[in-house]
Design a protein around this ligand. Structure first.
Ligand code: SF4
Length: 400
């Protein structure tokens, strides 16, 4: 039975002005942080039982996954990353056919680092390209230019990675659909198998929020952003990338198994400051505080950590329980997570897990959205229509 592990690497070379992920730019705490992360990994490994974090009913892919996200995992010394992956593989007894991903940035990958990652067991890499238009990259405040991104993709292939993902941001002021299409074509030529496309969102607390919140006319209009989204999706399909989730498209055989595990309500372990996990009906998180994390992991004991994972959060400062899910909460999470996917809600799966029909539990929301043409029913699945995709958040709210 499969296990899923997310590791948050909270270090970046510089803070991008639109980013609200947790990361710090003072990397002098790296060594202590990775020691602490190894300690946490070993603690979890000694606490968990054979079946903990496995989901035979809801895990269609059935493969272990490990995901090193961030922050930028390619910023710290590769030695720390490879040692931590070694500890994760050992503690969780990760299978040899697991999907093991590392996020990377074009400005921090080198042939040497990439070779070390491959040797340590990473077999999938996700490169934060965002755009191959130098003006757009400047607006986004990225450290790389298009030439650097293309060189990084070549280095990644040369190091032996075949499962390569790249990110694109759409809706950036000055960006065009033609430019996005050109970027996708270049990705295809360079062997990129999976493309994530995210619409630029202006999050509170970011530099972009300060820059744009009062000047909304400087941004791409919602109509143009939507037409870019659909144009991008059509072009991805033309080049053979199947969109399997609102933001994710892949060539056949290259969907992200790790991300799919989230949309399938699988449990997953979290390691590192800023990481979030789901275990024993508990959505839990690590506070966005590298120092507090290091201090805690230096002192935490087996018993305390075990008590936390069993639902008793009172002894820990850097970890906290976000939410304890009831059966009703878990049922509500199904439309919340599954309507983002193009497979939609699998009605037989829902019945198997909860023992009731989805359409009985959510009768009103299903009826209303079918009538509005925002949902469609195909045999034993329910999914968003094309117009439903544009109003996904509003449809999902009807189920909450
Ligand atoms: S590199 Fe990624 S994680 Fe780091 S600040 Fe930029 S967008 Fe955020």
């Amino acid at each position: 039975m499969a296990r899923h592990i997310y590791v948050h690497n909270p270090f970046c070379a510089r803070k991008c002005p639109y980013c609200d992920f947790y990361s710090v730019t003072d990397n002098f705490l790296c060594e202590e942080f990775y020691k602490a992360a190894i300690k946490e990994t070993e603690l979890i490994g000694s606490v968990i039982t054979e079946d903990a974090g496995t989901n035979p009913l809801t895990d269609p892919d059935g493969k272990d996954t490990v995901y090193f996200g961030g922050g930028t995992p390619t910023v710290p010394d590769s030695r720390y990353i490879c040692e931590l992956l070694g500890a994760v593989r050992k503690a969780f007894n990760i299978a040899s056919d697991a999907e093991i991903t590392i996020e990377a940035n074009p400005s921090s990958v080198t042939p040497e680092k990439l070779t070390e990652y491959r040797q340590a067991g990473f077999n999938r890499i996700s490169l934060g390209v965002q755009s191959l238009d130098d003006e757009v990259l400047k607006t986004l405040g990225r450290l790389h230019d298009s030439k650097g991104a293309i060189e990084a993709l070549k280095k990644i292939s040369e190091a032996g990675f075949t499962n390569i993902s790249s990110d694109l941001i759409t809706g950036v002021p000055g960006e065009t659909l033609d430019g996005i299409k050109r970027d996708i074509g270049t990705f295809k030529e360079l062997g990129v198998k999976h493309i994530s496309t995210y619409s630029l969102s202006i999050e509170e607390g970011t530099e972009f929020y300060r820059r744009y919140s009062g000047n909304i006319e400087d941004l791409v209009s919602p109509e143009l952003e939507r037409s870019m989204y659909h144009g991008t999706r059509e072009y991805l399909q033309k080049l053979g990338y199947e969109t399997y989730e609102i933001s994710n498209s892949a060539l056949p055989g290259y969907k992200s198994i790790h991300n799919s595990s989230y949309w399938n309500s699988c449990e997953y372990f979290a390691i590192g400051a800023g990481a979030h996990g789901f275990l024993n009906d508990l959505r839990y998180g690590h506070r966005d505080d590298v120092r507090a994390y290091i201090e805690e992991m230096n002192t935490v004991t087996y018993d305390t950590y075990k008590a936390f994972l069993e639902g008793n959060e009172s002894f820990l400062k850097s970890l906290y329980v976000e939410e304890r899910l009831t059966r009703e909460d878990k049922m509500r999470e199904v439309p919340f997570l599954r309507l983002r996917t193009t497979d939609g809600i699998l009605l037989d799966e829902f019945k198997k897990v909860f023992g009731v029909e989805f359409e009985d539990v959510f009768a009103d929301a299903v009826k209303t959205n079918l009538e509005k043409g925002l949902l469609e029913r195909k045999e034993r699945t329910l999914r968003l229509t094309r117009s439903g995709l544009d109003l996904a958040n509003i449809v999902i709210e009807d189920f909450l």
